[in-house]
Design a protein around this ligand. Structure first.
Ligand code: SF4
Length: 69
């Protein structure tokens, strides 16, 4: 990411403000409204969700990680 946001947690690209994945420009984001993105925000949110689903399918939670929840 080429900008700085005080709400961004780089370890897992998480938004501490919105308590979800960081997708700049998503509703509630502090990135200025005039910022232009090459890909519309709805599409970037969809891609991010798809990535998460694929990662979860490739790395199913272990018994130990399920017990931590
Ligand atoms: S979604 Fe917006 S407010 Fe949240 S961390 Fe990303 S850039 Fe910052």
């Amino acid at each position: 990411m080429s900008f700085s946001c005080p709400h961004f947690r780089p370890d897992d690209e998480y938004c501490l403000r919105l308590k979800t994945d960081c997708v700049p420009g998503r509703p509630g984001c502090v990135v200025p409204g005039k910022t232009v993105f090459a890909t519309p925000v709805a599409e970037r949110i969809r891609l991010r969700e798809e990535e998460k689903r694929q990662r979860a399918a490739e790395n199913p939670p272990t018994q130990a990680s399920r017990q931590k929840r």
